[in-house]
Design a protein around this ligand. Structure first.
Ligand code: SF4
Ligand code: SF4
Length: 235
């Protein structure tokens, strides 16, 4: 059997959160953590977590698995317990828990909205569609693939300390994605919105964000590039 420690909290009946001890059949060693949760929820239908696609695309099932944020649907149980025989599942850290493994991501998405994650253009009604060369399109590689799972922001100590002021790695990676887009015409406004001591410059370049990104992206590198864009703009 595989021993599991599962974070449980139902504010309607629990005074405080607690870790529930449960077990999984050995066969789950070869399955994903989400499969394990589905099994456990059949035994206890009160267990709450988010999930949707189960393919690592929707970003719904970000959670903390043995200390590292990851998507439950693409994290093999065997890999998670390689250093200990215990599987420990907690909600994403730094975000208020609504119930069990479900966290409140309101602030995370407010910060995403703050960077205006859409193309802004000033010349309305162009005669033809806005074309982009293959070279300019390639500049978005490593940025556009972000699925907004929140794993990076939730694992970022700078965001834990200043969640209201520091935008966090996911929003900043998305900001760079639009600043570098050759079709966007709001580079100056976007950069000036970030010119304060907190929004970007609270990043301490420790790299927790890049360590956990389940899509293999490099938010820390993106923030470094964003800093260079800000400094270039200020000169
Ligand atoms: S950068 Fe990676 S970890 Fe962060 S939200 Fe996007 S996909 Fe998730
Ligand atoms: S590198 Fe920056 S954004 Fe990434 S975890 Fe560290 S402080 Fe947070």
């Amino acid at each position: 059997m595989i021993d599991v420690q599962l974070y449980r909290y139902n504010p309607e009946c629990d005074d405080v959160p607690y870790m529930q001890s449960v077990t999984l059949p050995e066969a789950f060693r070869g399955r994903m953590v989400l499969d394990a949760l589905e099994y456990l929820r059949k035994l206890d239908p009160t267990l709450a977590y988010r999930r949707s696609c189960r393919e690592g695309v929707c970003g719904s099932d970000g959670m903390n698995i043995n200390g590292k944020n990851w998507l439950a649907c693409i994290k093999p149980v065997a890999e998670a317990i390689v250093k200990s025989s215990l599987l420990v599942i907690r909600p994403l850290p730094g975000m208020p828990v609504i119930r069990d493994l479900v966290v409140d991501q309101t602030l995370f998405f407010e910060q995403y909205k703050k960077v205006q994650p859409w193309l802004i253009t000033h010349d309305q009604n162009p005669p033809i569609e806005r074309l982009q060369s293959p070279e300019d399109r390639a500049k978005l590689d490593g940025l556009y693939e972000c699925i907004l799972c929140g794993c990076c922001t939730s694992q970022c100590p700078s965001w834990w300390w200043n969640p209201q002021q520091y935008l966090g790695p996911a929003a900043l990676l998305q900001s760079l994605r639009f600043i570098l887009d050759s079709r966007d015409q709001a580079r100056i406004e976007r950069l000036s919105n970030l010119q304060d001591p907190f929004s970007v410059f609270r990043c301490r370049s420790i790299g927790n964000c890049s360590w956990v990104c389940p899509k293999g992206l490099n938010p820390m590198g993106a923030i470094g590039m964003l800093r260079r864009e800000l400094m270039r703009d200020a000169i």
